[in-house]
Design a protein around this ligand. Sequence first.
Ligand code: SF4
Ligand code: SF4
Ligand SMILES: [Zn+2]
Ligand SMILES: [Zn+2]
Length: 291
Amino acid sequence: MLDSVGLLLRWLAAQDSPELVVISCAKAPAISTPPGAINAILTGCIAQESDGVAAQILAVGARQVSIHTCGIHKDAETKKASIWKNATPGLVTDFHPTRKRLFRQGKTISLPHVPLPRRAVLGFKITSPIDFHADDQERTAQAIEALSISDPDQVFSAPKGVQLDANGCTLCGVCVKACKNDALQIQTDTNNGRERVEKLVLSQRLCRGCHSCIDLCPVGALEATQPQTWRTLQDPEAQLLFQSETRKCKNCGARIKSIDRELCALCVHRQENPFQSVPLDSVRKLLRARE
Ligand code: SF4
Ligand code: SF4
Ligand SMILES: [Zn+2]
Ligand SMILES: [Zn+2]
C-alpha cells in the first residue's frame, strides 16, 4: 500500500515538472503560492519526516522545494531543513510568503488526501526514477542515484540494515525463509546432477537490520559486522556470505557440503547406531560437527 508521501510522489510525477513544491507542516499558517507551485501540507511536522523526502520530491521532477514550517519544534525543524538543503544545495530553500496579491494561485494538496492522477485514472503508466510503492529507505536510495548526490553518508542519517558475516554455515536455508525482506538467497551453480556450488548471498539494499536471520540460524553462523551505509547500498552486487561445494547424500538425498563423502552425517550416524532414535538437538550437533 502507498504511504502518504508515496501518494504525493505519484501525483507529482504525473504533473509536468512543477516549478516549485512547498512542503508545509500540518500546523503551519495558510499561504498563497504562485500559479505553477504546489503546496503540499504534511500530516504532521516537517521535523518528523525522513531525511530523504525533499530529495524524493526533486527526483520525481520538481525543480525547487521550499520549506514552510510551523515553528512548534523549531530546533528539530531547522535540523531537518539543513539536512534537506545540504543534500541538494541550491534546490531546497526556506519559504518566504509573497506580499503581492495573487489573482491566480497554485494548487494545495493536504496529505494523505492526494487525488489519483488523471493519467492513472485513464490507465496510462506514470514513469519515474522513484518506485512509489517502495519504502522510504528504498525511495531515498533511488533519489540519491537519480540526483547523483555525491556523499549521501555525510548528509543523511544511516540507513537501516546490517552487513553480515557467516561462519560455519550449513546452507540449511532457515535464514532465507526468516528474512521478510527477501534480502538473503541461496544461489546454486550446478556442475552436473549431483555436485554443485551453493552460495548464501545478501542483497544489502533489501536488508533492514531486523536480526531475524541471526536469531534463527540453528548453528549460530551469522553475525552482524557493521551497520549499512548509503554508499554500500549503491553496490548492485549481492554480497557473498558463504559458499560450499555440495552433493546429494546417496541414501536420503540431503545436501552434503563435503563432496568427498557419499552419505550425510545423519545417515552415517544411523548406519553406525542402527537402533538409536536421534533427538532433534543431537541432529543439529551432528550436522554441525560433521559437515
Ligand atoms: S547462515 Fe545459518 S540459517 Fe542461514 S543457511 Fe547458513 S546455517 Fe542456515
Ligand atoms: S537482518 Fe533482517 S532484513 Fe537483514 S538479512 Fe537478516 S532477516 Fe533480512
Ligand atoms: Zn513543524
Ligand atoms: Zn543422508
